[in-house]
Design a protein around this ligand. Structure first.
Ligand code: FAD
Ligand code: FES
Length: 293
């Protein structure tokens, strides 16, 4: 393969390098370096990390992505794993929200401001935001899956007039496990209805306690499109509930997690039935994956 065609495969076509500092970049095979510029603690085991992607000469570049896509994030000496992009393409900086699971996520969370990690991507298909425009949208998340949905929520908040009724239903284990608590007010200010529930309350909690499906019953959203991300049991229950409410299976979009290695459809680590979650997903409609969940 010639150097120029390799660059194009890598999303590094020479024209994308013409104006440093403003370029949007895709980086499929060779990680870009990204500097940690901020870290927010979302819960005891979850950090929201802001990144500044750097190109060869340490100049800032912009990654071109849509809500629901993910990056392969690498920690030097440990390896890489898929992490959803938690920021919206309508806002800077690029952010990931990482929950401690094993050695790579621990390595990412051990980073400090000024440290550098590797990022490849963006990968995956993302939510079909163009199809969601002009429609009612229900966004339902459970646990750490809510990080993936934050990108879509902030994208909608920044393009609010393009969507009809928008409802967010989010459940976490305890009040301490809730992510992005400082942002709910700004979503509500754009007319997004926000419902929150926890499995186990503490003395400080005055809100809902119980399953996300009970929360949806209270919110009673009108049929339209839906975006789901969370534990498989929650996804199954919510998707069935939405169908009973009149949502169509092809309009219920589910973000799935599978173990991944390459992110580009080559290694077969992420297969689910006939699908590669890394390239044909991670967002699938319920009519396509309902029987595989
Ligand atoms: C599209 C996508 C988006 C994601 N987004 C995020 C995100 O935004 N934030 C986030 O924190 N995480 C996210 N994840 C999950 C994250 O990639 C995984 O948790 C990853 O495995 C963490 O790597 P680790 O080395 O820290 O943990 P690991 O060592 O991989 O351990 C994580 C868990 O997986 C189990 N496990 C390890 N290997 C296997 C295997 N081969 N088969 C089955 N189980 C195994 C372990 O026992 C453990 O319970 C995402 C995953 C996908 C696919
Ligand atoms: S992660 Fe390698 S094929 Fe999907």
């Amino acid at each position: 393969m010639s150097k120029e065609s390799l660059k194009m495969e890598m999303g590094l076509h020479s024209s994308t390098l013409a104006h440093k500092g403003t370029d949007k970049k895709v980086c499929r095979y060779v990680p870009l370096q990204a500097e940690v510029i901020d870290i927010d603690v979302e819960s005891s085991n979850t950090y929201l990390i802001s990144l500044r992607p750097l190109d060869e000469e340490d100049e800032t570049v912009r990654i071109d992505y849509s809500p629901g896509q993910f990056l392969m994030v690498s920690v030097f000496g440990l390896g890489e794993c898929p992490i959803s992009i938690a920021s919206s393409p309508t806002r800077d900086p690029l952010q990931i929200c990482v929950r401690e699971a094993g050695k790579i996520t621990q390595g990412i969370m051990a980073s400090r401001v000024g440290d550098v990690m590797g990022i490849r991507g963006p990968f995956g298909n993302g939510f079909p935001v163009e199809k969601m425009k002009g429609r009612n949208v229900v966004i339902t998340g459970g646990g750490s899956g809510f990080a993936t949905l934050r990108s879509l929520i902030n994208y909608i908040a920044d393009n609010r007039e393009k969507f009809r009724d928008v409802t967010v239903a989010y459940g976490a284990r305890t009040p301490q496990d809730l992510y992005f608590t400082s942002e709910y007010g700004s979503w509500q200010a754009t007319g997004i209805e926000v419902g929150i529930t926890v499995d186990m309350m503490d003395a400080s909690w005055k809100g809902n306690v119980g399953l996300v499906t009970s929360l949806l019953a209270d919110l009673n959203p009108s049929p339209g499109t839906a975006a789901l991300c969370g534990p498989p049991m929650m996804i199954n229950a919510v998707a069935k509930d939405l169908v009973n409410r009149g949502f169509l299976k092809p309009e219920i979009y589910i973000s799935l997690e599978r173990h991944m290695k390459c992110g580009v459809g080559k290694c077969e680590h992420c297969t689910m039935g006939p699908y590669h979650v890394c390239t044909e997903g991670p967002i699938f409609s319920y009519d396509v994956v309902g029987d595989l969940l």
